[in-house]
Design a protein around this ligand. Structure first.
Ligand SMILES: N[C@@H](CCC(=O)N[C@@H](CS)C(=O)NCC(=O)O)C(=O)O
Length: 211
């Protein structure tokens, strides 16, 4: 997928190797074939709390991008910025229903996906509790049931072409088994994962090391 324009110098992406939020930005940069470099932050280094980083994201989290003099934090906000600036229009539909549907999936990414499969993986692999495991499993199970139903009617989140909805949702759902959540009961979700992984420029996030 060719970008409609290119940055004058590589976009800097501050991320962490096993961050699904960071990976969704890396995935979109790679699909657009944009020049970028990853600044990989060691979560134990304390770098996120240093004044230079807090000036870029006062919430002390990755991902952050720097594109010339523009600094953006928050994965979904970064996806919107990249789509508006560099991507063909199809990635971020402008019609009322398409825009609303992307927003629904962004809400899932920051809501049920973050507190379901993302939280389960974080607890199982890193012993970091966003919510108790039972809560994460309950949220993920309901999410997967609903998404499997939606994806039985449409190959991607919106029709037969990928949008930011797919990019935003992909990583933590594809890596749900690392949090102990099986995707076996959800054939439509598994098919959707396969379609995302077939996109030209797809890059995987490495599997988290065993706990
Ligand atoms: N809403 C944020 C969430 C980002 C987030 O949770 N980042 C995690 C890594 S996956 C992080 O930086 N954690 C470091 C910390 O909280 O200390 C986004 O979408 O970018």
């Amino acid at each position: 997928m060719q970008a409609v324009r290119k940055p004058t110098r590589p976009i800097q992406l501050y991320s962490m190797t096993y961050s699904g939020h960071g990976h969704r930005v890396q995935l979109f940069l790679s699909i657009l074939n944009l020049p970028f470099e990853i600044i990989d932050i060691d979560p134990t280094s304390g770098d996120l709390r240093k004044p230079e980083f807090l000036a870029r994201n006062p919430f002390a989290q990755v991902p952050v991008i720097i594109d010339d003099d523009v600094v953006i934090f928050d994965s979904n906000a970064i996806l919107v910025y990249l789509a508006k600036k560099y991507a063909p229009d199809s990635w971020l539909p402008t019609d009322p229903v398409g825009s609303a549907t992307v927003q629904q999936w962004f809400s899932l990414a920051a809501g049920q996906i973050a507190f379901g499969p993302c939280a389960a993986r974080r607890l199982k692999v890193y012993n970091e509790e966003l919510v108790p495991m039972g809560t994460a499993v309950g949220i993920a199970t309901k999410l997967f049931r609903v998404l499997d139903g939606i994806l039985s009617t449409t190959p991607f989140a919106i029709g037969d072409h990928p949008t930011l909805a797919d990019i935003s949702a992909y990583t933590y759902i594809a890596h749900a088994p690392e949090g102990g959540l099986s995707l076996e009961p959800y054939p439509n979700i598994r098919n959707w994962i396969r379609l995302v992984e077939l996109l030209p420029g797809f890059v995987p996030m490495p599997k988290a090391p065993p706990a």
